[in-house]
Design a protein around this ligand. Sequence first.
Ligand code: GLN
Length: 189
Amino acid sequence: MKNIGVLALQGAFREHIDIIRSLGHKGVEIRKVEDLNSIDGLILPGGESTVMGKLLVDFDLKEILIQKIKDGLPVWGTCAGMILLAGEIADDKTTHLSLMDIVVRRNGYGRQLGSFKVDGVFKGIENKIPMVFIRAPYIESVGKGVDILGEVEGKIVAAKENNLLVTSFHPELTDNLEIHGYFINMMDR
Ligand code: GLN
């Protein structure tokens, strides 16, 4: 059984915790530095990246998270969580944790009508999986060490670089558990 932290400052953390529990693992809500002590992996959920980025600083979590992820802690950013991990945000000087060699575009599908669902291919998973996008970012470009795992309509929506996984979409809002399973497998490497 793994202890899987979910950053619980803001956004869709509860849904991730429920799925982790339904897969037989322990979901740990992360709000303070001590919560990070015994986790095997960490999910950065969807929500609002500007708010979450500011709360990471206010709750003194930013520097320790950067250190742990650099030390190899498996981390998965969904939607806003992907923006937190990005090394560059297009048309924006801001970065947050800035750990992954990707350029993301926020609200890449427009702000108002930007929510939709498609069945898409995810590298390493046999069947197409349901992908829910909510004012989602997409990845404009990736660096050499980044493996592209999913593309929808020519836009990169999932990628992995060593211990970092990112998805533009929200597997926690569907009943498909395969991406959670994929992430949990990353904890054994
Ligand atoms: N649009 C949000 C942002 O830029 C992300 C939306 C989401 O996480 N569903 O942070």
